[in-house]
Design a binder for this molecule. Structure first.
Ligand code: PHE
Length: 494
């Protein structure tokens, strides 16, 4: 599933990279610097297209799908948001996924090396993208800890204890010790799996967790849909109402798409660099996007009708956005399910736990490979460094809810976690995406990547793709960037 790494074995992509060395100047710059990022053996390649798709999907499907997407869908008019999001994912999202994987496969490098391959002065784009996982991982693990605590509590305390209108959640995150322990536990599981290596840890974990996740998501969706009152909520979720289209809805959908597809932080470049030259890029990225969209759709199908039922209207659901929707409103709904309540609650949070864990693994792996790449250190030493940095940052951000809660970096009621989230998702990711599009569209020219795509499959949408990358994408990204910053200063509500 994952990169094969028998010592001495030349992987498909490596052989191709060598062929290219003779063919193009870019290949030549690569030949000397071509070194391994993740493994101690020669550069690896995925065992096949499906290995790549599963790993990319495991990275994409996470808290963004399970927690953020449903709340946005509820807030922005249900079906209207769903439809807008779908259109964006399968045009803009797929185009950017294709761009990043093609860039990775073309250069055979992870983010920094991939940009540097076209000239030293472009390396900063890779550096910017590579900094993002270091900011996201700590706070992602904090929310991962909350989810772990909830899954465990449904087992040990039953559904009633969690459905007390927010006291359970509030007491937990503001307490002095417990939230640190759950964050630590979540980090420990993540680090152990990453420590076991790509084949022994990550690949096996994905292989178990991803199918389990799909089965649980479908099961829970069916179950909640059979609850009384769910049909009305489902209708709200599935029926578009074009009078609800608004700039805010559009911008919200766009930002969500970046985060959910794990775009603009070098991950897809690295994953593309392990992909064999004979595997179709176009088909693979459409499948990754389809998988990610499918899970978001299911999560919405569980949470939107559930919240609708509990709160009575889309407006009320929207007002309960943020952490409270998953950690306060949903447990209240589960509690009404009688005998099944604890089981449903447990399975739901286990499902979210799996989604969060596979994403945290991919984030951590990216951090490790960046450190190893940059310093030339062994995987062990790089890993120890990442553990120290992520652990320390996690403690600091978590303190934002208790010991350091007087720090309100983005205005009253905001936390350090909000700041980390804002800086990475709303500022750095759009900026990295903008620079990447300008780099490909105007500096190296889309043709370079079009050729890369054509190595493995026909590229029917080539013309549309080029227009998207050169003009549409940069414009849209500028819009998100300005909108998000404006929102922070209270000029717009997104
Ligand atoms: N895409 C993940 C989610 O939706 C988050 C993530 C971002 C994971 C970047 C890895 C890298 O939750």
């Amino acid at each position: 599933m994952a990169p094969s790494r028998e010592p001495g074995q030349t992987s498909g992509s490596q052989a191709q990279a060598q062929e290219q060395t003779q063919a193009t100047p870019v290949g030549q710059t690569l030949a000397g610097t071509h070194h391994n990022t993740l493994f101690d053996a020669p550069r690896s390649s995925w065992s096949g297209k499906w290995a790549f798709i599963l790993a990319a999907a495991a990275s994409a499907v996470g808290l963004g799908n399970m927690w953020r997407f449903p709340y946005l869908a509820a807030k922005y008019g249900g079906g209207t948001f769903l439809l807008t999001y779908a259109v964006l994912v399968f045009t803009f999202g797929v185009s950017l996924l294709l761009l990043e994987t093609a860039l990775g496969r073309r250069t055979g490098q992870s983010a920094i090396g991939a940009f540097k391959a076209f000239g030293k002065k472009y390396a900063f784009i890779g550096v910017l993208a590579s900094a993002i996982p270091f900011i996201i991982t700590p706070y992602y693990c904090i929310i991962g800890g909350w989810v772990t605590k909830y899954a465990a509590s449904y087992l040990t305390q039953g559904a009633g204890a969690l459905a007390d209108g927010g006291a359970f959640f509030g007491g937990f995150i503001t307490g002095p010790i417990e939230s640190y322990l759950w964050m630590g536990l979540f980090m420990l599981v993540t680090f152990v799996i990453v420590g076991l290596g790509v084949e022994g840890g990550i690949e096996k974990a994905n292989l178990v967790m991803m199918p389990a996740l799909i089965v649980m998501a479908i099961g829970i969706a069916l179950f909640t849909l059979m609850q009384p009152g769910a049909a009305e909520g489902a209708l709200y979720y599935l029926t578009p109402d074009f009078s609800k289209l608004s700039p805010e809805l559009f911008i919200g959908a766009l930002g969500q798409m970046f985060f959910s597809l794990s775009l603009a932080m070098g991950i897809m470049i690295t994953y593309g660099s392990y992909l064999d030259k004979k595997e179709s890029l176009t088909q693979s990225v459409v499948r990754v996007a389809g998988f990610d969209f499918g899970v978001s759709f299911l999560a919405g199908l569980v949470i939107v009708p559930a919240a609708f039922f509990a709160l009575g209207s889309g407006q009320a659901v929207a007002a309960k956005s943020g952490p409270s929707l998953m950690f306060i409103t949903l447990p209240q709904l589960f509690d009404t399910m009688g005998e099944a309540a604890a089981v449903v609650g447990f399975v739901f949070f286990l499902l979210v736990f799996f989604a969060a864990l596979t994403s945290a693994i991919s984030l951590t792996e990216t951090c490790v490979s960046i450190v190893a790449d940059k310093t030339g250190w062994s995987r062990k030493r790089s890993m120890a460094t990442v553990i120290a940095v992520v652990g320390a940052a996690g403690i600091l951000v978590n303190a934002g809810y208790n010991g350091l809660s007087f720090i309100e970096p983005l205005g009253a009621g905001s936390s350090l976690l909000d700041l980390f989230d804002f800086v990475s998702n709303s500022v750095m990711m759009p900026l990295a995406a903008l620079l990447t599009c300008i780099f490909v569209g105007w500096i190296i020219k889309p043709k370079v990547l079009v050729e890369e795509v054509r190595q493995s499959s026909p590229f029917k949408a080539e013309k549309v793709w080029v227009v998207l990358v050169k003009y549409v994408a940069p414009l849209l990204v500028i819009v998100i960037l300005i909108a998000y910053v404006a929102q922070q200063f209270g000029l717009l509500s997104v």
